[in-house]
Design a protein around this ligand. Sequence first.
Ligand SMILES: Nc1ncnc2c1ncn2[C@@H]1O[C@H](COP(=O)(O)OP(=O)(O)OP(=O)(O)O)[C@@H](O)[C@H]1O
Ligand SMILES: [Mg+2]
Length: 559
Amino acid sequence: MYNLFAPAHQPDRATSPPALFMTQESPCVSILLIDDEAIALDLIAHGLEREPDIRLRYDARSEMAVALAREVAATTVLVDLRMPGADGFDVIRMLRADPATEHIPVVLLSSEDDPSIKVKAFATGANDYLVKWPDTRELLARVRYHSAAYVARMQRDAAFISLRLSQEELAASQSALHQAQKMEAIGQLTGGVAHDFNNVLQIISGNLQLIKLLGGVSEKAHSRIEIALAGVERGAKLSAHLLAFARRQPLQAQLINPGQVLFDMGDMIRRLLDPRSTIATDIAPDLWSTMVDANQLNNVLLNLAINARDAMTAGGTLTIRAHNVPAASALLADAGKQHGPDDYVLLEIADTGTGMEPAVLQRAFEPFFTTKPTGQGTGLGLSMAYGFVKQSGGEIVLKSEPGVGTSVKIFLLRSQAAAETVEEAAIEPLTGGQETILVVEDEEDVRRTTVELLSALGYRVLQAAHAGSALSLIQSGIPIDLVFTDVIMPGETSSLQLSVAVRQYLPDAQVLFTSGYAEGVLAHEGKVDPGVNLLQKPYTPEILSTRIRQVLRQRKASV
Ligand SMILES: Nc1ncnc2c1ncn2[C@@H]1O[C@H](COP(=O)(O)OP(=O)(O)OP(=O)(O)O)[C@@H](O)[C@H]1O
Ligand SMILES: [Mg+2]
């Protein structure tokens, strides 16, 4: 065995894989010579040692041809025709049968100058045929020609592969862009519809509640009112889901410990699942806290658990996981948040259910997309989860495989402060008061219903159809205890300016905002600033009266 001309300072070259070898700027010629007689080495090597770009490796073991060709990254194989054991034809067949060596040019060396043997050699797959012993110059010219053709072919193949890969990447990023644009367009449409729908619902429910409060309706009419109110509630839920998807839901973010939220939900999820299913929890200790709307997060997790239950009708395992994810984690790159400075907390709900086909997975976040029978699914669960997470500055990643299961990962931004304990505001029965309330609302029907409702509860009520006239009332010096104002109204003065004026002219008064929409004036990216009192439309008299009492109590506490 000889290894000739392999330059001492490039020891790796002989073992580099062909692809690496091909990428070198001036490709060198790597010849593998296989002959049972060692004299062949002297005869072939003679005259080649002066060629700096030529490496020659000799070996007598013809049955090792494939391994040797790979080892030296051969660009041409010179092989003797007549050998004991595997002969030249066998070597050609072996090289052609292996994908790593199938295209390496093979030159047969033979002492027989017989046309029929030459024909057979080419038919077997030889690229050339030389009668022993060829002139060195001719040998050199042929070997260089075959090597160059081989290198060019390999480079062309590599270029095609890389072109195909970049075309695939381009197609994938175009499809992701298309998907994002589609979600954005559906979001704008659903958000707009839900906003108007909330005002309509407020009028219907307000008036139904007033009829109830004013009394004098028959038992039959009363039950009709209850049915209509149940319809309003359904409508309100639908519209809340649509707003959530459109990322326009008024969110009351608070600092929470997500592990605690998951822990508190454990019992409910257990009751939800088929008794044959098991729950595995993997909640890391010392979880970071995050700033999100806890009620909405509960809602999202519940929806994910219901989806998991529906996918595991014959039982399975539901895994609830929570981990800290530092900014440098590869998990974030997976979620499209690589190289950012932020840490996240990961919440994951995974099931071993039916999983989703790619066509379902692709559309799962779309509102109203469902594969469940009519009456069993509205197709809003995942869309509201998507909207909520995005609006909260997080990321949601859905992975699913048919027959294996589904995992939903939610990444929420880490918050540096420690979580407070969440205090559920209990809804109290209808209570009135004698304070003075200024109602500011541009929709006349909504305003009238609210004014009548508050009057019926005993409050002294003032009203204004826009912020401008409310401002005059505030500046006039009339005593006012609470300003109940819509968030967006037409006109020059905004509801935010109104609240500034209240602080200036009526420092003891409180402001309670109401909206069916998360507005820029109150919120940053849909998150209502802490300290802002917001009541979401549509509201019931109980919720309105409870919030008014709560806000008025804040006033008493701060006075
Ligand atoms: N865990 C899951 N396993 C398998 N398929 C799922 C899973 N979660 C969602 N899907 C598929 O995605 C679709 C949309 O889910 P989504 O939660 O948005 O709506 P839904 O469950 O059909 O109805 P809704 O949640 O409004 O009651 C489902 O109909 C189902 O085909
Ligand atoms: Mg669902």
